[in-house]
Design a protein around this ligand. Structure first.
Ligand SMILES: *Cc1c(COP(=O)(O)O)cnc(C)c1O
Length: 830
């Protein structure tokens, strides 16, 4: 038996090369989201479309007749896949499983009487929502509660609907399929049953051969079974069709005759349920594609029984592998949310889905967001978060309703970074398998988990890299190696020429992120994460001409009509030009809505649109006060405020927990400004150290620009070889650069955006992989320091009124406790 399973697995591995070319180099583990379509399906569908003339069904023409015939044949074929007798069952094509659920919900809502609704806690969000239409509803918290309710012969007085998933989309647990029969018997047709089979049928057969035992309504998503087409189905027992008798709506396709003018009358189609329920034109081409998908699926995999056996085998290996992962202190790495009643490998009780969270070696939770970032870099595709399963997730994580509400008000949303609240995870990681998954996918994922999440070192809060600089802190003389600004958010850096004194403002270096590109449709600011080619847009500040000049690099050079474009640096060019060159629009930058001014010029918009291949405008952040003197200034660039790092931010476990702020009484006032992080500083020594590690593993060294640093600080040129102090900045509290003072606000948390090569716009896995192995603390990856300028008022010297810094300036770093002793810091006030 084992042997056969391996043989089948190898066969899948071989057909994958040919049939799933999109999987090359990728590990796809989100089949519960959608599975993948085979190349042959698309080819077969395409050939069918080319060879035949398909019209809108229900007319007399040959092309229309052909469509009708095909749709009816495919309907029958789908029923037979579930052994459903067409005398007893009908199929209604819908957009997706949710649309099928809504169709059933509407029928109950249209009843004259009230209706009762019961659902199991493992229900998908789409099932839970039905309760909003019911007059009375109940969430069953366990199978036992359902059994007891079934055994109780009391029936509701009003019609009822009981809904549950055949398989939990959260952890793949399979629920009993005999509830429909038992409810029908016990509740004597007062309570109907709705089975959500969307998750189950993607990897398992569903047998409706016995009408007495079948649910009244079964919904499923065909894309979850075949990867394509995007279509859902509602399979109904014709007996239960009477609930649709009270249906109020009619549309084209579901009505025979309609009288509108002097009288209001219509005659509904009466023949079949699907004719009564399929309003409007059917998705005929998708239905035709379903035929191809079913044929190809059968050719490739045999049957859903085979798929079920294969995926159960893989899931057992996956579960065993994840359960066996231990930190070197023997504590488990994965907390797996398995139902106690189910067994991996047993396809009756368990589908091929594993839901879990990761713990560190001290038992603390690792953020899902970090796993997501590393997976993105390593080409693993999985799902994290609330998984559209509110009851299952809350029960598994032990989240009480008040906690969920608290978390919501604390800013937790589906897909947010901040997923561990009050030391509890708010979501989980889901890995799911499908027909074309193989043992190789499973072992790649387990190796990945071992590589990044198993802590091999004995329990010590110091990573080997960090512990290197345990010499007594000495104040070292450093220098500014380079100054960079990013005039357009997420586009290339522009380097301040050596010797040029560059203005430092409260909101950062002059002209840094003064502009951004916004999507013409959504108004959201574009970022390199989604549009890596932005790295090839090269803005340049031309102070002589008073313009921002934008040129393109690499492959973009031929993309636009104009070779370059210029906009005036002056914020209010109305003084020099006719008319207003901006229009004000609501823009979303890093989640905050602000009013930005977009350039009206079609030439400007065309330039960027052609360069990136996405319809966008250039926008400018609204003018800000000129810094000095205005006490409560909050600059208008939310992307610079975003890190919101307080002066007390430490890397937990790796940095001394010294009460930094209170020991620095002298400079406590300027910290008021520090909820903004206008400047990012990195250290050349740290970058060199990082690159040594990357190169030692054969990886590609990182450029300073990928970190979007403004200031690169380097050891002095006379620093003896080997005396560099990488990551000394972790301890820095203040910097003096030339005549100016800066406060270090805390380390900068990193994501996979650092992997975009700023010269080619190509993605790599470095430096994120090495960073996440050497600079990950408490589940977060750090590199570089948020920094803000400390302005000096009361001082009327030019250096206080018009602060500047230059490339080559000397830099002194102050660590904790050094600052208050230093008389030079005495001049700092708010
Ligand atoms: C995916 C899924 C749904 C929702 O399916 P849609 O096609 O997105 O409407 C509902 N229930 C379960 C169990 C699912 O897995």
């Amino acid at each position: 038996m084992e042997g056969e399973l391996y043989v089948y697995d190898q066969a899948v591995e071989r057909l994958r090369e040919r049939e799933y070319p999109m999987l090359k180099g990728q590990t796809y583990l989100d089949h519960a989201g959608t599975t993948l379509y085979a190349k042959s399906t698309i080819e077969r569908f395409s050939a069918d479309m080319m060879a035949n003339l398909y019209g809108n069904p229900h007319s007399a023409s040959i092309s229309s007749q052909l469509s009708t015939r095909r749709v009816e044949d495919i309907r029958l074929r789908l029923l037979s896949l579930f052994n459903a007798d067409p005398e007893v069952f009908d199929v209604v094509f819908v957009a997706n499983a949710t649309a099928g659920i809504k169709m059933v919900m509407e029928a109950f809502r249209d009843q004259e009487e009230r209706f009762w609704y019961g659902y199991h806690k493992d229900a998908h969000t789409s099932l839970v929502g039905v309760r909003e239409a019911a007059n009375e509803h109940r969430c069953f918290a366990s199978d036992r509660e359902v059994q007891e309710w079934i055994d109780d012969s009391e029936r509701p007085l009003t019609p009822g609907l009981f809904a549950y998933p055949a398989q939990s989309n959260m952890n793949g647990r399979r629920l009993p399929l005999d509830w429909s029969r038992r409810i029908r018997e016990s509740k004597q047709n007062v309570v109907y049953t709705l089975l959500d089979a969307a998750s189950l049928v993607s990897t398992a057969p569903l047998d409706l051969a016995c009408p007495e035992g079948a649910p009244d309504f079964t919904v499923l998503s065909l894309y979850k079974m075949f990867g394509f087409p995007d279509l859902g189905a509602l399979v109904l027992r014709k007996d239960a069709g009477r609930v649709f008798d009270k249906r109020r709506y009619f549309g084209g396709g579901t009505v025979e005759m309609v009288v509108c003018l002097k009288e209001q009358w219509h005659a509904r189609k009466a023949e079949s349920l699907h004719e009564r329920l399929e309003d409007g034109t059917l998705p005929i081409h998708s239905i035709i594609a379903l035929d191809a998908a079913m044929t190809v699926q059968e050719q490739l995999f045999g049957s859903f029984e085979k798929i079920s056996t294969h995926t159960a085998f893989l899931a057992a290996k996956l579960y065993e592998g994840l359960s066996a992962l231990r930190h070197t202190n023997t504590t488990p790495v994965c907390e797996i949310y398995k139902d106690p009643t189910s067994t991996y490998g047993d396809s009756k009780s368990q589908g091929p889905i594993v839901a879990f969270n990761i713990r560190n070696h001290l038992g603390g939770w690792v953020s899902n967001a970090e796993l997501e970032k590393i997976s993105a870099v390593k080409n693993f595709h999985l799902r994290t978060g609330g998984l559209c399963n509110p009851g299952g997730v809350a029960a598994s994580l032990g989240l009480a309703p008040w906690e969920m509400k608290e978390n919501f008000s604390a800013g937790q949303r589906c897909g947010s970074d901040n997923d561990i609240i009050r030391a509890k995870p708010t979501g989980m990681i889901r890995v799911s398998l499908g027909a074309m998954s193989t043992l190789k996918d499973v072992s790649l994922f387990i190796d990945f988990m071992r590589e990044f999440f198993v802590q091999e070192a004995p329990p010590t809060p110091f990573s080997p890299v960090i512990s290197l600089y345990h010499e007594p802190p000495t104040r070292r003389l450093l220098r500014v190696e380079s100054l960079s600004i990013y005039p357009i958010k997420s586009c290339a850096a522009w380097h301040v020429p050596p010797g040029k004194a560059w203005e430092v403002r409260r909101e950062g270096l002059a002209w840094d992120r003064e502009w951004c590109l916004v999507h013409q449709g959504t108004g959201a600011a574009l970022s390199q994460k989604r549009y890596p080619k932005m790295a090839l847009i090269r803005p340049c500040i031309d102070l002589d001409q008073g313009v921002l000049r934008i040129r393109l690099a690499g492959g973009l050079q031929t993309a636009t009509k104009a070779a370059e474009i210029c906009v005036p640096l002056s914020a209010d060019p109305r003084l020099f030009l006719d008319g207003d060159m901006y229009k004000t629009v609501s823009t979303k930058v890093c989640g905050d809505t602000i009013q930005a001014k977009t350039y009206k010029s079609k030439d400007i918009s065309d330039f960027f649109t052609q360069a990136l291949g996405v319809a966008c405008h250039l926008a400018r952040f609204p003018a800000v006060g000129n810094g000095a003197g205005t006490a409560s200034i909050r600059h208008s660039k939310p992307h610079l405020q975003k890190p919101q790092i307080s002066g007390k931010m430490h890397i937990p476990g790796a940095f001394p927990e010294a009460p930094r702020v209170s020991t620095c009484a002298v400079v406590s006032k300027p910290i008021l400004l520090s909820n903004e992080s206008p400047i990012l500083t990195i250290s050349r020594s740290s970058l060199n150290r990082l690159n040594e590690l990357i190169k030692a593993e054969g990886g590609k060294a990182a450029q300073a620009e990928v970190f979007r640093a403004n200031i690169v600080v380097a050891e002095n040129l006379d620093c003896p070889p080997g005396a560099e102090q990488p990551y000394a900045e972790d301890e820095w509290r203040y910097l003096q650069i030339g005549d100016q003072y800066f406060e270090m606000l805390g380390p900068c948390r990193r994501c996979q955006m650092v992997c975009i090569d700023q010269h080619t716009a190509e993605r790599d896995q470095e430096p994120f992989v090495t960073l996440s192995k050497t600079r990950r603390f408490d589940g977060k990856v750090f590199f570089g320091e948020h920094t803000s300028h400390l302005p000096m008022s009361n001082v009327s010297s030019p250096t206080a009124q018009n602060p500047t810094i230059s490339v080559g300036d000397p830099v002194w770093a102050f660590e904790d406790g050094e600052a208050e002793q230093d008389t030079r810091l005495q001049g700092l006030v708010d």
